[in-house]
Every structure is written in C-alpha cells, then in structure tokens.
Design a protein around this ligand. Structure first.
Ligand SMILES: [Zn+2]
Length: 130
C-alpha cells in the first residue's frame, strides 16, 4: 500500500479491501468444507476396514479352534505353517505382502504364482532346475 493510500484512504479503497477479504474468506470456507468432506470419507473407510479386520480375526480364530479341537494339527505346526507362508511372499513381516507382478513366475507343476528367487515351489514342493 502506498503512502497515498494511507493519507487518502478512500471509501473505494476500503470497499475493494473488503471485497478481497470476502473473496479470500469464501475460498477458505470452500477448502475447509472440502477437507471436512474428505475427512468424513476417510473416517468411514477406516470404520469399514476395522469391521473387515474384526470379521477376518473372528474367522481365523474360529478356524484355528476347529483345527486344534479336531486335532488336524498342533499349535506349533500351525505357527510353523504361518511362518512358512509369511516368508513365501519374500518378506517375513508377519503378514501377506502382495508381490509386484514382475517378481513372480508360474510353477511349472502346480501353476501357482511363486517368487522368482525361490529354488522350489512353496505350494507343491517341486524343485526348480538350476
Ligand atoms: Zn508348485
């Protein structure tokens, strides 16, 4: 703002400032609404995922209990298989890690997707040549 505006601050100049501030405010209100809408969508998605995780945890717990009660396997065998399947995706991180398609090859025997670096199939046990 020039010295001229300080000394001769006109009504027009004030109105212009007010209009500029109104415009800024409207823009901020719009962005704020947009952000609140995104937050609501994210919260809904988190609730949906928590519901799915809870359902999967219940399913796993039920299946493990049936396996143990029917003596299909022991708890140690179950845990060993979990460790094997965890490592089968190439990363022992306590979860199923989706490999990139370029890191997979097809087992010639069972046709399942396996990691490129594996020397044998983790599903059917076939040893790969070379
Ligand atoms: Zn195989």
């Amino acid at each position: 703002m020039s010295i001229f505006n300080y000394i001769f601050d006109s009504d027009w100049s004030q109105r212009s400032d007010i209009e500029a501030l109104k415009s800024q405010n409207a823009s901020l209100v719009g962005r704020s609404r947009e952000r609140r809408s995104k937050e609501a969508a994210n919260e809904a998605r988190v609730e949906e995922l928590e519901q799915e995780v809870g359902e999967l945890a219940l399913l796993c717990k039920t299946m493990m209990q049936i396996l143990l009660e029917k003596r299909v396997c022991t708890g140690q065998e179950f845990e060993a298989l979990i460790a094997d399947l965890d490592a089968a995706d190439g990363v022992a991180d306590g979860k199923v890690t989706k490999p990139k398609p370029a890191e997979l090859k097809e087992c010639p025997q069972c046709k399942r997707p396996v990691q490129h670096h594996h020397t044998h199939c983790v599903y059917c046990g076939m040893k790969y040549p070379g």
